[in-house]
Design a protein around this ligand. Sequence first.
Ligand SMILES: Cc1cc2nc3c(=O)[nH]c(=O)nc-3n(C[C@H](O)[C@H](O)[C@H](O)COP(=O)(O)OP(=O)(O)OC[C@H]3O[C@@H](n4cnc5c(N)ncnc54)[C@H](O)[C@@H]3O)c2cc1C
Length: 422
Amino acid sequence: MREITGAEFDNEVLNGGKVILDFFSTECPPCEALASKFEDLSRLYGSDIKFLKIFRQGNRELAEKLGVKSSPTLLFFNNGQEVSTRLTGGIKKSDIINNLDSMLPADKVKEIKSLIKPSVSEFDVIILGAGPGGLTAGLYLCQSKINTVLIDIALPGGHVATTHEVSNYPGFIEPQAGYMLSHSMSEQTKLCGTIYKVAVDITRVDLEKKEVIIDEYETVKAKRIIIATGTTPNLTGAPGEKELKGKGISYCATCDAKYYNDKEVIVIGGGNSAVEESEYITRFVNKLTIVHQFDKLTANKQAQDRVFKNPKINILFENEPRAFIKEGDKIVTEVENVKTKERRKLLSDGVFIFIGMKPNIDLFRDKLELDSWGFIKTDEDMRTSVQGVYAVGDVISKKYRQITTAVADGTIAAMAIAKELD
Ligand SMILES: Cc1cc2nc3c(=O)[nH]c(=O)nc-3n(C[C@H](O)[C@H](O)[C@H](O)COP(=O)(O)OP(=O)(O)OC[C@H]3O[C@@H](n4cnc5c(N)ncnc54)[C@H](O)[C@@H]3O)c2cc1C
């Protein structure tokens, strides 16, 4: 594996047989997450496929010529021709392997796979998810001298790492940049001695056996498992939403409503959280329009009554967002009437989307007792319905999902486990 410059591209890539080329940038968390996967795979596939890296900021002209618009981007070449699909963003190891395998004959792939030596490691506790809940559990367990491994599909930090500013985490006078707060949490836990296996693919989780298989061949075993995998906000799926997340589109009123003092916002949704959060947002804004797909709100009656009486709130029933477009400092929300199909454009300073969060439990959904929204039920010590399995943070069934509450859950689970293993 080596780094090349734009000047070497023709020689190394176009005349270079089979090549995988990584356009990376600095200060790019997904690039850092990719680096260890790239290095691992170069050891396996390196004698058949050339592994090259190129610094995007330093080679902008080539990046533009090749249409590389985000970092990291992986390109695959065979005898000068680009092959396979480009991979970009939070790249999974299994997707890279699929592309590499498709460039080689089947017997070669078999030979390479035979070189992979499955490994097994044993710990006292496996924590799945390195957001505030998992990191805090890791810290407390480590300080109790309990051998703990933190496993995350991304880099540590969870939602906090991508939150612009956090002003309600105690102990800081000034608002903290989310990535700095999560970095400090992660370093504290890491320095204590907790083992990190991050930016990995989770192949399988067996809660009963307390086994997690990562990157297909690495088995991690423990006496206890803590699930701290958090949630993913439901998206409307309308064009522009992903691009404007954090740039005018928000999924958290407690976090962002205060930045809209005397402004005008749109709220998408009509259930309890949309209605309750709308009330909260009107402490700050001048005007708020709820856009709801049905002809009635689905929130509880009391919350609805309060919203109908609130002079700052308008409700646009039977409309759904179809696109979000940034225009200067404003956001244009294009909505469509679900009956008449008539479209109109709503101009606002920001958009809040509350159409539910989904817990990240796909890998172990069947084994656990869940509430009717699919969140994991726990007791007061954070024990789940599966013996020896705990859950903390946003993934559990609870009323308030904040950094402080996730941190508190992580503390409780770790202390309960420390007592059990003592
Ligand atoms: C945009 C936004 C802004 C916010 N701002 C604030 C704020 O200002 N103040 C505040 O108190 N709260 C805020 N919150 C809420 C807060 O971020 C969460 O309550 C908190 O992060 C929950 O922590 P957690 O550890 O439970 O989960 P998360 O932070 O969601 O972390 C979960 C971790 O699990 C990992 N993971 C997911 N699936 C798997 C898997 N299968 N295996 C292994 N790992 C997995 C993820 O990669 C992630 O690192 C905000 C939330 C959002 C979305």
